[in-house]
Unconditional design. Structure first.
Ligand code: NAD
Length: 369
């Protein structure tokens, strides 16, 4: 099996889909690896670090069976792939319809990492979770550095400073890491989610759970959208918590939909002077109506920080975890040194986006055809 790992070409993408530490494990599966020169440079992994593990440095040429990348390839790159190539990368089909059509027309078998089912057996392949965990950690640091006060209590000769209050809204994978990190930095932390079952998880990382009395548990551990009435009830309780926080970290998302607006303009205008909102949902448009994805803006009493592609800021570790996710996924595909796709396997069947000239994922098919 010939694997190729290209250099990422999308703006601001610093991650790479292969790190030297997983090379040997891939080779043991019978995989021959080549990597585009410079592919690891943005993550500060030099070519030599790959070469010493037996990776060939090469541009895409000859027979390639399998391609790993972080971001989806360009239409031109897809045009150069031979029909039947297996590609594993993030796609986010709903905002990449032209890419999806090109993958279909090019007969590429594409596994979209965001489609890997969130079942126990697939945990090692769950790149959404591995990247979200890093983003959550980073969000707490952004909160700390964008505040003009400190997070922990500090006792000095002239008296003590009170610890900051951090509210995390959306206590999924990213939110829990944000909570844990802010707690370790000494803040008083609170967590909120529409799924009340996360209460225990919030408490286990040292946070207090904000209970609004409304449940929005949906299928497969995901949230459903709330009705208008439910939203009003929740907003009343949340306003108090938002407006007494020094930092609010928002991570709310609904798969395949624009980010829900969970803080209103009125709530923002009543926040503490000097407070910050770290909006981790910028990719999907943001969790507030005033968020400027990719920018930091000062609005009334608060500063809204909304970076894009946060895992790329932690490119070394993000690449390492992502490469391990790919290794686990490809372990399901390579049997005795050959690529064998078992469509009875619910992980492969769930993650496949395009195969043999068809869009296999129903949501993507409806959007693209
Ligand atoms: P996500 O990134 O889609 O959403 C982040 C959080 O935002 C979720 O907890 C969601 O409930 C919350 N949210 C959505 N709308 C909201 C709103 N209006 N207000 C406040 N919060 C809102 O989710 P995620 O972090 O990727 O995963 C969510 C959950 O899925 C996990 O906590 C876990 O329970 C489950 N999960 C299971 C597995 C597995 O079993 N393999 C893997 C990953 C995740």
């Amino acid at each position: 099996v010939k694997l190729y790992v290209p250099r990422e070409t999308r703006l601001h993408e610093k991650r790479v889909a292969l790190v030297p530490a997983v090379v040997e494990k891939l080779q043991k599966l019978g995989i021959d690896i080549s990597l585009q020169p410079g592919a690891g440079l943005a993550a500060r992994i030099p070519d030599a670090a790959y070469e010493t593990t037996g990776v060939t440095l090469a541009n895409p040429e000859g027979e390639i069976d399998l391609i790993f990348s972080v971001q989806p390839p360009s239409i031109a790159e897809i045009g150069q792939m031979k029909p039947g190539t297996v590609l594993c990368c993030f796609v986010y089909a709903h905002r990449e319809l032209a890419t999806v059509r090109a993958l279909r027309d090019g007969n590429i078998t594409c596994f979209a990492m965001e489609l890997v089912p969130r079942i126990t057996r697939a945990q090692a392949m769950d790149a959404l979770s591995s990247q979200a965990a890093l983003a959550g950690y980073y969000a707490a640091l952004l909160a700390a550095t964008n505040l003009n006060r400190i997070l922990p209590m500090m006792t000095t000769a002239v008296g003590s400073l009170r610890p900051a209050r951090v509210l995390v809204m959306g206590a999924g994978v990213a939110g829990l890491q944000a909570l844990a990190t802010a707690k370790r930095l000494g803040a008083m932390v609170e967590g909120y989610d529409v799924r009340p079952e996360v209460k225990e998880q919030v408490e286990s990382v040292g946070g207090k759970f904000v209970d609004t009395g409304v449940s929005a548990s949906g299928q497969g551990g995901y949230a459903r959208e709330l009705t208008e009435e439910e939203q009003t009830k929740v907003a009343e309780v949340l306003t108090r918590h938002i407006q007494s926080a020094d930092a609010v970290i928002t991570t709310a998302s609904i798969p395949g939909r624009p980010s829900p607006k969970i803080i209103s303009e009125a709530q923002i205008m009543g926040m503490k002077p000097g407070s910050v909102i770290i909006d981790l949902a910028a990719e999907g448009g943001g969790n507030t109506p005033l968020t400027q994805p990719g920018d930091t803006v000062e609005i009334g009493p608060t500063t809204i920080v909304a970076p894009l592609n946060i895992p790329s800021h932690l490119a070394e570790h993000a690449s390492e975890l992502y490469a391990r996710n790919l290794l686990a996924l490809v372990g399901l595909m390579v049997k005795e040194g050959t690529l064998t796709l078992d469509w009875e396997d619910e992980i492969l069947a769930g993650a496949v986006l395009t195969h043999e000239g068809q869009i296999k994922n129903e949501t993507a098919r409806k959007a693209a055809e």
